[in-house]
Design a protein around this ligand. Structure first.
Ligand code: SF4
Length: 331
């Protein structure tokens, strides 16, 4: 992996959402706090964490669907955000290269547009040279790529099942021939029976078109299946990152250990015998995150130091990063 090209680099990214509280005081929801990582060209980086941990905001901040508050985003060697912000027209070439597949396909497709119009909308902006027959042929080609056909182009989104709607969402993302796709919980809203079909299709498309994915999900068993590497987020921060097998077989951070302890094993007897780490309490509010290590209010290994000092993000084994005081102390 070390000689592979880094397609995307994210440095110290923050996204704070201001909210009003009283006449003079402004408070901020710290949705993403000082997150740094990179993605190799052609790989899938999975991001996992409980809902509200900031993973969706992270994906959208990278694409600048929400403006980051600070930090740096570098795409293919070009800085596309560094606090100064590139103007939206200057972002246009990157909008072609970087696309998103949304979680809820029914909500992300305009019910008043036909499938052909939905898939063709991005084509009109990015490929104005395609007209008439060539335009229609490209739409049909895209629908076929995701397992639909040309007859579907004249129908409306409500006429399709959830799995088919997500295929339409993927066809829309592919319309501009992107290199990089943020897959934001792409199967969470789908029936379990069709989740694997959509995952398999995404994997086939990746191999065929050499795509790079940021795959966001709350279920580590799904992320483990699709990702080359995995990043684990808790309350807006990255707490651990490593290659998938390494992270799942040798989790270092107590939060990752608790996530993995909840994954059922194929053998029910082994699942019953497995020691489960159940976290106490709810995820704290990102409006007033805990001091020190943000996980200390729920961590079974927390010490006094954890409440006072934030742990550093360090590489503890080749390519295996984590932020936890107990790793420094060899506990
Ligand atoms: Fe737990 Fe402390 Fe490590 Fe945070 S730094 S994960 S509270 S042991």
């Amino acid at each position: 992996m070390s000689e592979m090209k880094k397609l995307l680099e994210v440095e110290h990214l923050r996204k704070y959402f201001p909210i009003k509280s009283g006449f003079f005081k402004k408070e901020y929801v710290q949705a993403v706090e000082d997150v740094s990582f990179f993605i190799y060209e052609g790989e899938t980086l999975g991001i996992v964490g409980e809902s509200g941990c900031g993973k969706t905001t992270l994906g959208r901040s990278i694409l600048r669907l929400v403006e980051p508050s600070s930090g740096r985003v570098i795409y293919d060697g070009e800085t596309i955000f560094d606090g100064e912000k590139k103007s939206q027209p200057a972002m246009l070439p990157y909008r072609t290269n970087m696309q998103i597949v949304f979680q809820d396909p029914s909500a992300s497709l305009d019910p008043r547009m036909t499938v052909g119009e939905i898939v063709g909308e991005a084509l009109m902006v990015h490929r104005p040279d395609l007209k008439g027959k060539a335009y229609r042929e490209r739409i049909n080609e895209l629908l076929e790529t995701v397992g639909l056909n040309s007859e579907h182009a004249n129908r409306f989104p409500h006429e399709f099942s959830g799995g088919q709607q997500q295929r339409i969402g993927i066809a829309r993302a592919l319309a501009v021939e992107p290199e990089f796709i943020v897959c934001d919980e792409p199967i969470s809203a789908l029936d379990v029976s069709i989740q694997s079909q959509v995952v398999n299709m995404l994997e086939d498309l990746q191999a065929e078109k050499h795509l790079t994915y940021l795959f966001i999900a709350h279920d580590i068993s799904v992320v483990r299946h699709v990702s080359n590497r995995i990043g684990v987020m808790y309350l807006g921060q990255m707490v651990e990152m490593a290659e998938s097998y390494e992270l799942c077989s040798r989790p270092m951070h107590p939060y990752t250990q608790s996530l993995l302890s909840a994954v059922p094993l194929p053998d029910p007897d082994k699942t019953r015998a497995k020691k489960r780490t159940i976290l106490e309490g709810d995820v704290p509010s990102p409006l007033h995150p805990p001091t020190g290590c943000r996980f200390h209010t729920r961590c079974p290994r927390a010490t006094e130091k954890c409440a006072q000092y934030a742990p550093e993000w360090k590489e503890y084994a080749p390519g295996h990063f984590a932020a936890c005081h107990c790793l420094d102390e060899g506990n």
